[in-house]
Design a protein around this ligand. Structure first.
Ligand code: THU
Length: 131
């Protein structure tokens, strides 16, 4: 089992998903080799819940890293689950267009796509007139 698959599987075990019962784990590897993990955390006020990918990105930023080289997501589903639209945008903020996004199921299936596959023509900072 790869490091990222192991890390995402372990953190998925801590997911807090009492409402959807859909537990998700995510693990990021940065170019320097560090690994950062996150799980979904739901809330009784449903929109306040956060996705596994967002949690892993927050952990990466809190650790002083800013680049996603690869991200792996795991859920218990018949087919690999692609990240939601919001998470695609969040991943794109910190990844190059050719960074790998691997989606896994708990029964061993997987599918790998790039950030550009998942979010072609993404909105980014170049569209804004930033100093
Ligand atoms: N979820 C994630 O954590 N990542 C995704 O990419 C899709 C959805 C979570 C959010 C919510 O807690 C549950 O899965 C059901 O939508």
């Amino acid at each position: 089992m790869s490091t990222l698959l192991h890390a995402a599987t372990v953190v998925r075990g801590f997911a807090y998903a009492p409402y959807s019962k859909f537990r998700v784990g995510a693990a990021i590897r940065t170019p320097s080799g560090t690994v950062h993990i996150g799980c979904n955390v739901e809330n009784a006020a449903y929109p306040q819940g956060t996705c596994a990918e967002g949690g892993a990105i927050s952990a990466m930023i809190a650790a002083g890293e800013t680049e996603i080289e690869e991200i792996l997501i795991i859920a218990d589903c018949p087919t690999p689950v692609p990240p939601c639209g919001g998470c695609r945008q969040k991943i794109a903020e910190f990844a190059s267009t050719d960074a790998k996004v691997t989606m896994c199921t708990t029964d061993g299936k997987s599918m790998t796509m790039t950030v550009a596959d998942l979010l072609p023509g993404s909105f980014d900072a170049t569209f804004m007139d930033l100093p």
